[in-house]
Design a protein around this ligand. Structure first.
Ligand code: ZN
Length: 463
């Protein structure tokens, strides 16, 4: 882990706080960081002895993005030809699941390095990874590998420990492999092991574990759903999963259980402020009310939903109803990019295309990507820029012609989208991007590792 630095960020062009409405902008302030926290935000701060001064006169400052739904292992499965034009079910069956057992912890490590490098250089500082490469008799150490790579990069990391349980034969991906799902005892004992080794419950945790069977409707029998949620709550862990990603998903739930997916999970104790679901694309108004009443959150993944033709989640309606909204890039095998700036840009645009020009404000999209993420992950001391908060902040350099001419440069990284240049990024006062580069990252070596990994997965595929 890198050392903390005491830092003075001087003269930024603008500061976005991650908060909503009139609190979205901090005005012309400098920021002082000491012992991992923001200790002052005020104009004209004077450097102190031993403090590193960062000239931010070409930069805007944001809280680091909080990515609440990723599958880092998919960084070695971008643009797999047989899945490029498939919907979710066809894509699951042709891209990730046939290769599930072929991912060694070493390949997961390489994929995670690619993903974390891309996240950091897009302005993300926290990643929640939904890792589901588990099966009966398989090596479970890939979860540990993810924590180790997060340590290398200095990212805040939440492992959402996924997987499927006995009788998961209806899962559209799993059922087409020769693999057997885990038993509940095996999954529980690994979650307990991970919790004991890594989990921190404090609101500025660097490491968290979440209980996250891959999907409630397909990955485990209904009888075990409440057992899993009770076990997670007894351990003080949050719950995460996929829900209502496609219209097929809703149809399956109606036909099999005679109810809507959100009603189904409600019956099995899977709603609450300690639960968030990825996607939630197809929702009835009654389901939005149920999510809002229970404080259940969403990881909105607009790029993956577009790429797989799944639809557009009714996120402005959810936000208006009071559902906690966050953003996730989803796996890059159904996105082809793991950039949070790209995701926030798309979240800003897509609802305007569908619902009109005032459907999503830039400030609201920034809130979803920062404070919204902190809320669903229960990390109350990150996601906003304020005195006392952990120093997770990003400086975007506007010194490129594409950022010249802005009347409101504060929102430029979101409304102009990519490419952006992250000049500096801090996680808990540790510099994780320094003058545009990730310290210690050997890009040529990473490129060679990625090439070797892809070659290995392709060769095995054709065996
Ligand atoms: Zn996903």
């Amino acid at each position: 882990m890198k050392a903390r630095q005491n830092i003075l960020v001087k003269n930024p062009v603008a500061v976005m706080t991650g908060r909503r409405g009139e609190h979205a902008r901090a005005g012309g302030v400098d920021l002082r960081v000491a012992d991992g926290r923001i200790v002052e935000m005020a104009p004209g701060l004077v450097p102190r002895d031993g403090e590193r001064v960062i000239d931010a006169s070409r930069c805007v400052v944001y809280p680091g993005w909080i990515n609440t739904h990723h599958h880092l292992s998919q960084n070695l499965l971008k643009a797999v030809p047989e899945g490029m034009n498939e919907d979710l079910q066809g894509w699951l069956a042709s891209v990730p699941y046939p290769r599930l057992a072929r991912f060694t912890p070493e390949l997961v490590r390489t994929a995670a390095r690619l993903g974390m490098a891309e996240l950091l250089l897009s302005g993300a500082t926290t990643c929640a990874d939904h890792h589901y490469l588990y099966h009966a008799g398989g090596d479970t150490s890939s979860g540990d590998a993810l924590f180790e790579v997060a340590d290398e990069f200095g990212m805040r990391f939440v492992l959402c420990r996924g997987g499927a349980l006995e009788s998961a034969s209806s899962h559209p991906g799993f059922s087409r492999t020769a693999l057997q799902p885990e038993t509940l005892d095996a999954m529980l004992s690994d979650v307990e092991r991970l919790k004991a080794r890594y989990h921190q419950s404090v609101p500025d945790a660097m490491r968290r574990v979440v209980f996250a069977p891959t999907t409630p409707t397909f990955s485990l029998p209904p009888a075990l759903l409440a057992e899993v949620s009770r076990a997670a709550r007894a351990m003080g862990l949050r719950l995460h999963s996929h829900l209502s990603e496609t219209d097929n998903y809703v149809r399956f739930c109606r036909e099999r259980y005679n109810c809507l997916p959100v009603e189904f999970v409600a019956e099995h104790e899977w709603l609450g402020p300690d639960v968030w679901f990825a996607h939630l694309v197809h929702l009835e108004p009654s389901e939005i009310r149920l999510l809002a009443q229970t404080g259940t959150g969403i990881a909105h993944c607009p790029v993956s939903n577009s790429r797989l033709g799944s639809g557009i989640a009714p996120v402005p309606q959810m936000a208006a109803a009071g559902v906690p909204v966050s953003l996730g890039v989803d796996g890059v095998a159904s996105n082809e990019s793991g950039s949070m700036t790209g995701e926030v840009h798309t979240a800003w645009l897509i609802h305007r295309a569908a619902q009109g020009a005032s459907a999503t404000l830039a400030e609201e999209a920034i809130h979803w990507g920062t404070a919204g993420g902190a809320q669903v992950l229960g990390l109350g001391e990150v996601g906003t820029l304020a005195v006392g908060q952990a120093a997770d902040l990003v400086l975007y350099d506007l010194g490129h012609p594409r950022f010249f001419g802005f009347h409101d440069p504060a929102i430029a990284p979101v409304v102009a989208g990519e490419p952006v240049t992250v000049r500096y990024s801090l996680v808990g006062g540790r510099v994780v991007v320094d003058d545009g580069v990730i310290p210690g990252l050997d890009l040529e070596r990473l490129r060679a590792e990625a090439f070797a990994g892809v070659t290995r997965l392709m060769a095995q595929q054709s065996d």
